[in-house]
Design a protein around this ligand. Structure first.
Ligand code: TRP
Ligand code: ZN
Length: 884
């Protein structure tokens, strides 16, 4: 057991920095074993601070010397504690010259300066800069940077940093140098350098204003044939931000660099974005449609940060969602606009809803629940969460729902007019949206301060005599850690009413400007409110929370008939999909109960008929049909149960899939053939949608396969012209339960792709998530020569996909999955605490499980918590899980 308790940091304790930094010059002598960093920091006292002490963060680095205004400081003139160098009683104007030494090759945390495949990279968000040199490493200290890099020329021919290259040359001794200058002031978390053997695809690109910029995508030599899509996505992002938000690239040069060892998706360092290879490298041979979509979204995301994050940044890390929620919203809108069609847009929206339910709602209901703007944390790295990102994006989206697209643009314009070059708070964004639109968003603040997923309960009353329809909406929000009571939220609820013929009724709502429109945004602000629709000539079926207008759980006592009506006719595709999910969920919950009680399982013909009709409805986008046919995941079903029995859920869902597969076999086969995409591969949304529907059909056909179905999958596997189809066929074979077929395909797949790290990740991931893979099999896979815990992508592919993607095996009744989890958390923690803490989160919901599993889970959690040396990262997660 760790005896010290880690420190909690509170938002209310914020104090302004004592000294501001005008400019900093950094010199690097790069060597994997011993890198020397020299800094010259030009500082001045901050009149807003009463303190005269200079506080410089520093961790895992050795201080060689420090000079203040030219004078070498004696150890008695400063204080060096774990994490902080303090210089008391400093004068108004200060030049600090500091020399530090570090060993990048020993840095397995991938935070700060580290080595990956013999190359140097940095990752400074959130607090990695302090692992490079002593500095006020907080986002409200913004400075101008000049960087001199020196390194061996053969080993590191490419030397990059933020901004513009102003000088480069030889040093004579086999070493060379490059000097970079960033014209914009920035917080330290946006600093980056790369010293590496890399090659690039580059292009001169003309902005709308006529200015020409240089775009580069840097990768390892063998990967130059996988950079086209990232480059195309970058150009699309630049164009989109000009058109939708009037925001132009402010640099003459913009670089993306891919690295194989990376903790997250990518990083928006000013002018030098560093990316996980997963979000850069793609060609049809190695990348799936989902990979292509991920690249477009992440390239967009990091590029959009240049304004929302970099030009306007966060005052402190409690404001993280200010940049992340907003930038996720922007990348979501970008991806939707790139598809361009209404159903395409809806498909992206449905995907967002699925992510929220799969990951954010559980987080909001568990021990790590926190508001979009948290009040405290132990380790900031644990707060790069689905709540900050995805719920944060929902909060931003609600402004747009409330004020419209044009109003939202006005709010953005005002935000930049007021805050360009500043480090600000979520409240400043809210104020800009309110002021630009003449709206009162004071109650809206609760979306930032209150955790938990609100529940909106709807009830209705139709009065034929007066032709009125009353909709009562009541809201509540469950208690979350530290927040027992919640106040009402300001919730936009978009509503439509369907007639018996399936058409939308024109809407007239008392006190709401609706003018006969077919959808209206109702604003729920009280605990309970009744809205009166008039001129309603028949009993309507209400379509509530259209386009998922707020991140809430909506409860309404729909009858099966009403849901089937919505599933067939709703003009809002998101709610059409939602009706199908409700129909499926009701049945899945009943079936799960039946499994647990040992009762016979049955699936009604009505449901099957609805699925049949949808599958064959060629007027509908294939991508939409695919989404509407996928059943709610085991995780989403589990969230709906008071006591979770993962085996029963798995059996119930399997029964439903098997029954659908058997009943719809001819239709599935017909769709399989109708949605082929012959010819050259293209990742466009229509082709990707066809492949998705076709491959869903294939997976159903392979549930209880005969020889013909196995042949079909084998044929697709052998002849696939792209990775989407090849991987789907392999997955179908793995899930078919036919071991010989699965093994043969796995072996040939590995042989074909063993030199493609990202494909080897898929090979591990698919096996990890197969319900036939038990803990023992995972352990065997860990012994495979290609497996390593040190590479986060590889660790995630096998271990996380098992703990998070294979519930029936992870939750094995003997607790062996949990013992395995504890072992891996502990092993990972010694290497990379950020990644270990993410794995630790797999046990968040342990109190929801059946008692037999709970006790095994508690044992495993206590085993981790009892370790003598545990990072703050893992400590925070497991101690919150165990707390009452
Ligand atoms: N700001 C990054 C983003 O675009 C997140 C990120 C990248 C990050 N690497 C990180 C956060 C390492 C914490 C630690 O979302
Ligand atoms: Zn981001």
């Amino acid at each position: 057991m760790r005896t010290d308790s880690p420190q909690t940091i509170y938002r209310k304790d914020y104090t302004p920095p004592s000294f501001l930094v005008d400019s900093v010059e950094l010199g690097f002598d790069l060597d994997p074993a011993r890198t020397v960093v020299a800094s010259r920091i030009h500082m001045r006292h901050n009149p807003a601070s009463t303190s005269r002490s200079i506080e410089l963060h520093g961790e895992h680095i050795e201080l060689v010397q420090v000079r203040l205004n030219g004078k070498l400081l004696k150890p008695s003139q400063y204080k060096l504690t774990a994490g902080m160098l303090t210089i008391p009683k400093a004068p108004d104007d200060v030049l600090l010259e500091i020399e530090t030494v570090l060993a990048p090759q020993d840095n397995t945390s991938l935070s700060g300066l580290y080595v990956s495949n013999h190359n140097f990279f940095t990752q400074c968000e959130a607090e990695g800069f302090r692992r490079i040199t002593f500095f006020p490493d907080r986002p409200d200290v913004m400075a101008r940077y000049t960087v001199m890099l020196r390194a061996d020329k053969d080993k590191y021919p490419v030397l990059l940093s933020n901004g513009n290259l102003i000088e480069e040359g030889d040093l004579g001794d086999g070493r060379h140098y490059a000097k970079w200058e960033d014209p914009f002031k920035k917080p330290s978390y946006l600093f980056a350098l790369v010293a590496a053997r890399l090659v690039c695809q580059e292009e001169h690109y003309r902005l709308k204003s006529g200015r020409e910029v240089l775009l580069q995508v840097w990768v390892e030599e063998g990967n130059l044939d996988k950079t086209d899509y990232a480059m195309q996505s970058l150009k699309n992002s630049i164009r989109w931000d000009e058109e939708r938000f009037g925001l132009e690239l402010d640099l003459d040069r913009f670089m993306i660099v891919a690295v194989g060892d990376f903790n997250m998706g990518a990083m928006e360092n000013k002018g030098l974005n560093i990316f996980n290879t997963k979000y850069v490298l793609a060609n049809s041979r190695v990348a799936t449609d989902v990979d292509y979509a991920g690249i477009e979204a992440v390239v967009g995301h990091e590029y959009f940060h240049n304004w929302t994050g970099n030009r306007v940044t966060c005052r402190d890390w409690f404001q993280l969602s200010l940049k992340e929620g907003l930038t996720v919203f922007r990348d979501q809108e970008f991806s939707a606009d790139m598809i361009g069609t209404d159903t395409g847009r809806a498909v992206t929206r449905i995907d967002q809803v699925r992510t929220l339910r799969q990951a954010q709602f559980p987080e909001d209901a568990g021990p790590m629940a926190h508001p979009v703007r948290p009040d405290s944390f132990v380790e900031i790295n644990n707060f790069y969460t689905v709540t900050i990102y995805e719920k944060g994006a929902e909060v931003v989206r609600m402004y747009q729902t409330l004020v419209g697209r044009d109003g939202f643009r006005k709010g953005m314009d005002l935000y930049f007019a007021r805050h360009d070059g500043q480090a600000v708070q979520c409240d400043d964004f809210r104020a800009a949206m309110a002021d630009a639109n003449g709206r009162d968003f004071s109650q809206f603040e609760r979306w930032y301060s209150q955790a938990g997923t609100p529940v909106v309960t709807a009830s209705t009353r139709y009065d034929a005599a007066s032709q009125t329809f009353e909709l009562t909406l009541a809201q509540s929000c469950p208690a979350t850690p530290g927040q027992p009571k919640k106040l009402p939220f300001h919730i936009p609820v978009t509503v439509g009413l369907l007639a018996a013929d399936g058409r939308d009724l024109p809407l007239h709502v008392d006190g709401v400007a609706s003018n006969g429109a077919t959808s209206v945004v109702l604003e729920l602000t009280e605990a309970s409110q009744t809205f009166r629709f008039t001129q309603v000539g028949e009993v309507p079926v209400p379509s509530l929370l259209r386009d998922f207008s707020a991140p809430v759980v909506l409860e309404y006592d729909y009858t099966d008939a009403q849901l089937l009506h919505l599933f067939r006719h709703d003009s809002d595709p998101v709610n059409r999909w939602e009706a199908g999910q409700r129909l499926a969920m009701e049945r899945l919950l009943k079936l799960t109960g039946a499994v647990a009680a040992g009762e016979p399982l049955v699936l009604d013909e009505t449901f099957i008929a609805a699925q049949r009709a949808l599958l064959a409805d060629d007027t509908l986008d294939p991508a939409f049909r695919e989404l509407a046919l996928i059943l709610p995941s085991e995780t989403i079903i589990a969230e709906r149960m008071a006591q979770v029995d993962p085996q029963a859920i798995h059996a119930a869902r399997q029964f439903m899939r098997t029954t659908i597969a058997a009943a719809l076999k001819p239709e599935l086969l017909a769709q399989y053939h109708a949605n082929q995409t012959p010819g050259e591969y293209s990742p466009d949304a229509l082709s990707a949608g066809k492949r998705a529907l076709k491959n869903l059909a294939l997976s159903y056909l392979l549930i209880a396969p005969g020889a013909a179905e196995l042949d079909l999958a084998r044929l697709q596997f052998d002849n696939a012209g792209n990775m989407t189809d090849r991987a789907a066929a392999l997955a179908a074979l793995i899930h078919s339960g036919s071991q010989p077929h699965a093994q043969a395909a796995l072996t040939s797949f590995y042989a074909d792709f063993e030199n493609e790290a990202l494909v080897v990740d898929k090979w591990f991931a698919m096996q990890a998530a197969a319900p036939t893979t038990d803990v023992q099999a995972v352990r065997q896979l860990m012994a495979h020569p290609a497996f390593t815990l040190k590479n986060p992508n590889r660790a995630r592919s096998l271990i996380f996909n098992f703990t998070n993607g294979n519930p029936s095996q992870f939750h094995a009744v003997d607790g062996s999955g949990y013992a395995f989890w504890a072992e891996q958390v502990i092993a990972l923690d010694a290497l990379n605490p950020q990644v270990a803490a993410r794995l630790a989160r797999s046990m968040d919901r342990w109190r929801r499980y059946v008692p037999a599993l709970q006790s095994h889970m508690r044992d495993a959690l206590e085993q981790v918590a009892g370790q003598a040396s545990l990072s703050n990262d893992v400590m925070e997660v497991v101690s919150k899980a165990l707390a009452n």
